[in-house]
Write a protein of this length. Structure first.
Length: 202
């Protein structure tokens, strides 16, 4: 019985390559866990796309039912595999939920670390996102988090590296084959181009 349960959980856990990359015009959200209401998803896509056009930051929101390993490591690998953010300024940001494991992960490119600090992200998650997640309001929690992130980014533009939007589309060019970036997990001595705030359970 235990063997069957393990097989079932593994079958439900996505691999990095199987998570649909949301990069497309006006599409920045991948909701494999199917927890975001369509209206909330549309608002998130519009908000993230607007931020990309106006200040050059690339953000992705991803939900999955669960992962077979450590959610933070999966989120870091996904961030690097997709190459979120400008390759030179590392100004990408990922919000990642592993729902069955009740884990919220945020991965920050080093170009944004001056404004989206670990301390600020942890406080924001605890006050704006986690209480709504505990009530099962995932779409509302993600919108609340994104609202706080947008306000914080716009309040301190001088603290982040800049990236020029694509001249034709107003969006950053997708870097679908961007080289992997150094992991941010503490204790790993590789180039620090991404960071991960402390994971937040709910």
């Amino acid at each position: 019985m235990l063997f069957l349960i393990v097989l079932t959980l593994l079958a439900q856990s996505p691999q990095i390559e199987s998570v649909p990359n949301p990069r497309s015009p006006h599409e920045r959200v991948t909701d494999q866990a199917q927890i975001i209401e369509p209206v909330a998803r549309d608002r998130l896509n519009s908000q993230i796309d607007r931020l990309n056009q106006e200040i050059g930051v690339e953000i992705a929101v991803v939900t999955v039912p669960s992962v077979s390993g450590v959610p933070r490591e999966f989120a870091l690998e996904l961030f690097n595999y997709w190459g979120i953010g400008d390759a030179e300024t590392n100004n990408g940001f990922l919000i990642f939920l592993a729902v069955q494991q009740r884990r919220l992960e945020t991965i920050t490119g080093t170009g944004l670390e001056g404004v989206l600090t670990d301390a600020w992200l942890q406080q924001m998650q605890d006050t704006e996102m986690v209480p709504l997640f505990r009530s099962g309001m995932f779409g509302a929690g993600l919108e609340a988090g994104m609202k706080a992130v947008e306000e914080h980014l716009r309040s301190a533009p001088g603290e982040m590296a800049s990236a020029s939007p694509n001249a034709d589309s107003g969006r950053l060019e997708p870097q679908l084959n961007a080289p992997a970036r150094g992991p941010a997990a503490k204790g790993i001595s590789e180039p620090d181009t991404t960071r991960s705030a402390t994971p937040r359970p709910w």
